[in-house]
Design a protein. Structure first.
Length: 94
């Protein structure tokens, strides 16, 4: 069980670290969403709210990778995961 927890912690840490860094460095090209999702993302971008979201992702991912303050990292990443789920459920269901 310890190996499964280690693997899942590292994979989750890598995932959030890479996508948190992508918010600042833009090394993974993504096309802009259309429709309601595009309007929502545009509003988040203009208000600089996405900077905070990417920073939380990066901090949580790095904390998971270095195995320090893991409960805090999971506490930070929980709302991000809920927002990702709700965004894809209601605004971009395809």
């Amino acid at each position: 069980m310890k190996i499964a927890a280690l693997i899942s912690r590292i994979l989750l840490g890598l995932l959030f670290t890479v996508f948190g860094l992508n918010g600042f460095l833009h090394f993974i090209p993504m096309k802009a969403p259309t429709g309601l999702a595009g309007q929502y993302m545009g509003a988040l971008f203009v208000s600089h709210y996405l900077v905070v979201v990417f920073l939380v992702q990066l901090i949580g991912g790095v904390l998971l990778l270095v195995n320090r303050f893991v409960p805090l990292a999971l506490l930070l990443l929980g709302p991000v995961l809920v927002n990702i789920l709700l965004f894809h459920t209601f605004m971009a269901p395809t």
